[in-house]
Design a binder for this molecule. Structure first.
Ligand code: TXA
Ligand code: MG
Length: 322
């Protein structure tokens, strides 16, 4: 059950399950980001998630399954392509939006008739789901609109004295939220990019439509302020990264030039998956420096960078409209 660096203290899993059965919340690691989990069949538990996160109750949550076998319990009218996608990518960072089954309370889906389902690929998440024996509604374990947590420490930082029980499973392997697809007007549609690429989904399920961000209002990750540091953050091309840099913190892809006079120049990994894994940790580090501005060097315009580019666009959307 444990991966290196992942040792749950004896009794902690039992304690977590006991709390979930009482309708309380437990934060747990997944391969993408940490989730703030509650029983998806208990309206009171789901209400607690919205309240602690400060999330509008119309924004639907992802429901986490311990096994792909329970797909038909929590969704109905499951298309064959959804079964193929589940078989190919679960457990893993792919979320399927499907017609809601009777067992999920409508509160978990923001009152919608669809439900977002995924089976996480993390030993602690799987142990928790297995021992609980039910399904967990879990958004990322951050306050609404803030940076998603990729370590147990991030979750504690987010919630302070309000923090629920946090199961520590080490740093998340993927670091960005799951890819989300659903059927919009009968067509398989990308609702949020993630590590599982459109190309790999297409090899299993045929053509995938991409919606412009503005056309996907049901995905709360599409909100302008999402994934945002508190410090104003902007995308800045390399020639201007070091200009007028007093009080500036930079998330860069190139070495620090001699004329940089800012607070920090953080060199991010060159590889897209490594960059993604560390992105939220890096943004949190820069956000903690009380800089006047965070400047982020744009990433390549290649499909391997789609998910990173999407999160950077959202993290920097607030500053340009301020
Ligand atoms: O990797 C992940 O997906 C993480 C981990 C914890 O599993 N969870 C996560 O949850 O990112 P959250 O709540 O931060 O984002 C859930 C996304 C939102 O953008 C939400 O709008 C979308 O899923 N979503 C949920 N149910 C939906 C539905 N029925 N239709 C369309 N979008 C839905
Ligand atoms: Mg989130």
């Amino acid at each position: 059950m444990n991966t290196p660096g992942t040792v749950l203290a004896a009794g902690l899993l039992d304690e977590a399950v006991a709390r979930l059965r009482k309708g309380e919340l437990v934060a747990f690691p997944t391969e993408t980001v940490y989730g703030l989990g509650g029983d998806a069949t208990n309206a009171r538990a789901v209400a607690r998630i919205y309240q602690l996160k400060g999330r509008p109750s119309s924004h639907p949550l992802i429901v986490h399954l311990g096994s792909g076998d329970s797909l038909d319990r929590y969704a109905r009218a499951v298309p064959a392509a959804a079964r193929s996608l589940a078989a190919a990518f679960w457990p893993g960072p792919l979320t399927l939006v499907l017609p809601r089954g009777a067992h999920v309370v409508p509160e978990a889906t923001g009152g919608q008739d669809t439900v977002a389902l995924r089976m996480p690929d993390h030993p602690v998440a799987q142990a928790l789901l297995g021992a609980f024996g039910g399904v967990l509604a879990a958004p990322s374990a951050n306050r609404y609109g803030r940076i998603s947590p990729t370590t147990a420490g991030h979750v504690r930082d987010e919630f302070g004295s309000d923090a629920p029980l946090v199961l520590d499973g080490g740093a998340c392997r993927v670091g960005l939220e799951s890819t989300i697809v659903g059927w919009v007007a009968g067509e398989l549609t990308l609702l949020r990019p993630g590590q599982i690429s459109v190309a790999s989904i297409e090899t299993v399920a045929g053509p995938v439509r991409r919606l412009p961000a503005s056309a996907a209002p049901r995905v709360s990750g599409s909100d302008v302020s999402h994934y945002a540091p508190r410090t104003p953050a902007r995308l800045v091309e390399p020639p201007a990264l070091a200009a007028d840099s007093s009080g500036v913190a930079v998330l860069a892809r190139h070495r620090c030039p001699g004329d940089f006079a800012g607070v920090a120049w953080l060199l991010a990994p060159a590889d897209a998956e490594d960059y993604a894994r560390l992105l939220y940790t890096n943004l949190r580090r820069l956000d903690a420096l009380s800089a006047r501005e965070i400047r982020v060097e744009p990433v390549p315009d290649e499909s391997a960078w789609d998910a990173v580019r999407d999160r950077l666009a959202r993290a920097t959307a607030g500053a340009s409209s301020r």
